[in-house]
Ligand binder design. Structure first.
Ligand code: TRP
Length: 428
């Protein structure tokens, strides 16, 4: 049995924080230790260029994030651990995919649409400040995933649309050039904690409310003391619901410890003491990792070596042979073995894919019909007053709308053949 391939990218554009650890790093490291999976973890540094224009920050963040994953227990001898830009086949694939990706698909991407909406709200040109890097982001991400035919991609909910796009893009490529890609699925783990930050909103760089994972103990303490609470006095019962402090504690404590804390909230624990308990709990988990982290950061050449050898092995095993196959499929082929032109009957067989044919009858109306791959009639439309309306109906059918509103099945066509022919055309 081929193992399940699980793949995740981390964009190196910031400093890892507690939210990244609890929400992504810790579950991923745990998952990578399960038998029967082949895991891929990589630093998507090309994606980082979309998010920041600060070269030092990209480099620094790449180092910090690589060191964080290793300190958190990722075993590079058991998983694939690499940097996107060390695998040139990924960017090469991104172009092959670009050529089968509808611009309309990318127009609908949430991040791009948000940028356009913001511009419009501010009376700017719709595309003001939008780079092609931002626009093409989903295609590069599809290349990351499809390069290794990953089955499952653990992501946050904000990335689910990107996975749908990767599937669409893979389907278009497969339709055009043959079945090369597995359709990947997003794995959104609802049970994984989204941690609140200092101000109670989701912990995120963009809200400036993060607690860096490897802050020094004194900074960690200071930040914990800054977590917002209400102004209830010691002895007054406190709500766990909606308490950032409680949620942070829960993300690092055992269920039993969490219940004890819940009871202490009900008894009216003083905020100062609750913060002290949270700090100690965090330190307990983080301190041993911090030691490993400091050691790793002190030897960046070793990390460089780990990433480079991961990429080299991965290229040799998957990327180089796979891109060769894809280039071949797309017609980027050596010229010394041009095949004979197809014989007439081969050409004819090939030409007969299911298709919609549109035409005008003597009655002046516009019609379409669907013919199957052996040339047999499957659907016959009613007449439309314009070619445009007939075309719209064809598009509707290709988009999965019910064909019965526009066309009748041919007397000897069965439902399955109609369905299959439409499915084959849908991917166009
Ligand atoms: N876009 C992802 C993020 O911002 C990072 C990423 C890049 C990624 N390529 C990927 C995630 C491939 C999963 C698979 O979080």
């Amino acid at each position: 049995m081929t193992p399940q391939r699980i793949l995740t990218g981390i964009t190196p554009s910031g400093t890892p924080h507690l939210g990244n650890y609890a929400g992504a790093i810790r579950p991923a490291v745990e998952a990578s230790q399960r038998p029967g999976v082949e895991s891929f973890y990589f630093l998507s540094d090309y994606h980082a260029l979309v998010k920041t224009d600060n070269p030092e920050r990209v480099q620094r963040s790449t180092l910090e994030i690589a060191a964080t994953w290793l300190a958190a227990g990722l075993r590079p001898e058991r998983v694939w651990f690499y940097r996107q830009s060390d695998i040139p086949e990924i960017t090469e694939l991104a172009w092959l995919l670009t050529c089968v990706t509808g611009k309309g698909l990318l127009n609908r991407a949430h991040a791009y649409k948000a940028a356009v909406d913001k511009n419009i709200a501010e009376s700017e040109e719709p595309d003001a400040g939008v780079t092609m890097g931002l626009f093409m982001y989903p295609v590069l991400m599809a290349a990351d995933i499809l390069m290794f035919n990953a089955h499952k991609v653990p992501v946050g909910r904000d990335q689910v649309q990107h996975l749908e796009m990767a599937r669409d893009i893979a389907t278009s490529f497969n339709h055009r050039y043959g079945e090369h890609f597995v359709l990947p699925e997003a794995a959104v783990d609802e049970s994984v904690a989204t941690l609140p930050g200092l101000d109670g909103r989701k912990m995120s760089k963009s809200y400036d409310n993060i607690i860096p994972l490897f802050a020094s103990p004194s900074l960690l303490k200071k930040l914990v003391l800054n977590i917002v609470t209400d102004s209830k006095a010691p002895g007054e019962p406190k709500e766990t619901e909606g308490s950032a402090l409680f949620q942070l504690f829960q993300a690092f404590a055992t269920p039993a410890e969490t219940e004890t804390m819940r009871a202490r909230f009900a008894e009216g624990i003083a905020w100062g003491e609750a913060k002290e308990t949270l700090f100690n709990k965090l330190e307990e988990t983080i301190a041993p990792m911090r030691v490993r982290y400091e050691e790793l950061i002190a030897g960046p050449a070793r990390i460089e070596q780990v990433l480079k050898s991961g990429a080299a092995a991965l290229r040799a095993k998957y990327a180089t042979p796979f891109i060769a196959r894809l280039r071949e499929a797309a017609g980027l082929r050596p010229l010394d073995r041009i095949p004979e032109p197809p014989t007439d009957s081969q050409a004819k067989a090939k030409a007969q894919k299911p298709q919609f044919k549109q035409y005008r009858e003597k009655d002046g109306l516009f019609y379409f019909k669907l013919v199957g791959d052996d040339g047999n009639l499957l659907l016959q439309s009613r007449g439309f007053v314009s070619a445009r309306e007939a075309g719209q109906a064809v598009t509707g059918i290709k988009n999965g709308e019910n064909h019965e509103q526009w066309a009748e099945p041919a007397p000897d066509a069965d439902d399955t053949s109609i369905r299959q022919a439409i499915d084959a055309l849908c991917a166009d």
